[in-house]
Write a protein that binds this ligand. Structure first.
Ligand SMILES: Nc1ncnc2c1ncn2[C@@H]1O[C@H](COP(=O)(O)OP(=O)(O)OP(=O)(O)O)[C@@H](O)[C@H]1O
Ligand SMILES: [Mg+2]
Length: 340
């Protein structure tokens, strides 16, 4: 049996797995469906995602990672085990595993991730912070003395970090990311149209017509939900302008956090950001208008990485080449590795 290195991007919305010799081999929603009577796992990933909002009482489709951190330890462990088994077929002997975590993670949460990976069969576990993984995945040479500003907008967290010389110079992590945009759409449609929609519909609306920079009346979509007054199903046409305000408000929170990180960054590195711009990664960065809004508000160029959704997983998988630096105190990798 072979031993190999595995990188896991343990995201709130999606889990991606990178196998040392193959690249990304798995990309599935971080959802687990549980039988509430027996506590048994019914399905994981894609299949469980299709059950969201459509389950009978005794089944619950849950996201074990809330806001980018582990909120349900047992289920997360089961999920990691399931995905590792799926990609290795049980044929890889005790792999070294690198797991990407949000940069605001606490020690207790870090330990929970390490324990889950060890319980799932890992021989050694390394934790890498999301912006560092994102930068490696985007092909940036993070060892140079040249400031790089990374903004990773995921489903649960937005991680903003100023990197230079393999380390994080200043950073912040806020819980304003893709899910919050979906919730804002649900709330807005309920309050303004008396229609209740599910989270999958909200995500679809966001992706189809959401824009945080432009509010065009002519860009519309038809949604279906439940009328809260008479309880009946109802169709409604909504426009980009309709949902612009709540989305823009959240995007402005991201802009302010970037500004705060810049304020805490030494002037030489801020100068680098003016030259290099901001690099955005994560699925949440794909909401329309976000780079334009950042550029307008902060007067710095913002661009989206070539492969924003997979970038963190690629960087996590490639992070093993930095382990030498990790042992010399590579700042970007938080957790101690644990032998087991
Ligand atoms: N085209 C798109 N437009 C807008 N949002 C998008 C688009 N594609 C994906 N998203 C959003 O990206 C988010 C998921 O991004 P990603 O997969 O990077 O998150 P994650 O890594 O699982 O989360 P986190 O890093 O916070 O733990 C979801 O909220 C999804 O709705
Ligand atoms: Mg992520």
């Amino acid at each position: 049996m072979a031993s190999i290195d595995i990188g896991i991007d343990l995201g709130t919305a999606t889990v991606l797995v990178y196998l040392g010799n193959k690249g990304i081999v798995l990309k599935e929603p971080s959802v687990v469906a549980l039988n509430m009577n027996t506590n048994e796992i019914l399905s994981v990933g894609e299949e469980a995602y299709r059950m969201i909002g459509r389950t009978p009482n005794y089944i619950r489709a849950i996201r074990p990672l809330e806001d980018g951190v582990i909120s349900d330890y047992d289920t997360t462990e089961q999920m990691i085990k399931y995905f590792l088994k799926k990609v290795t077929g049980g044929a890889i002997l005790r792999p070294r595993v690198s797991v990407c975590v949000p940069s605001g993670i606490t020690e207790v949460e870090s330990n929970a991730v390490i324990d889950a990976a060890v319980a799932a069969g890992a021989r050694k576990v390394y934790l890498i912070e999301e912006p560092v993984a994102a930068a490696i995945g985007a092909g940036i040479d993070i060892t140079r003395p040249n400031g790089v500003l990374i903004v990773d907008v995921g489903g649960g967290t937005c991680d903003i970090a100023m990197l230079s010389l393999s380390g994080i110079v200043s950073k912040t992590s806020i819980k304003v990311a893709g899910n919050r945009f979906d919730e804002a759409v649900i709330r807005h449609i309920r309050n303004n149209h008396n229609i209740l929609i599910g989270e999958r519909t909200a995500e679809m609306i966001k992706q189809e017509i959401g824009n945080v920079f432009v509010a065009d009346q002519r860009v519309t979509t038809v949604i279906k939900g439940r009328n809260l007054v008479n309880g009946l199903p109802q169709k409604l046409e909504i426009s980009q302008a309709d949902i612009y305000e709540p989305l823009n408000e959240l995007a402005m929170q991201i802009v302010h956090s970037i500004q705060q990180v810049l304020e805490r960054t030494p002037p030489e590195l801020v100068g680098d950001v003016y030259n290099n711009g901001v690099l955005m990664t994560g699925g949440g960065s794909l909401i329309r208008g976000l780079p334009e809004l950042i550029t307008q508000q902060l007067h710095i160029r913002a661009s989206i990485a070539e492969n924003p959704i997979e970038c963190v997983a690629i960087g996590t998988g490639k992070s093993f080449s930095f382990i030498g630096e990790l042992q010399d105190g590579f700042v970007g990798i938080t957790g101690q590795s644990r032998n087991h």
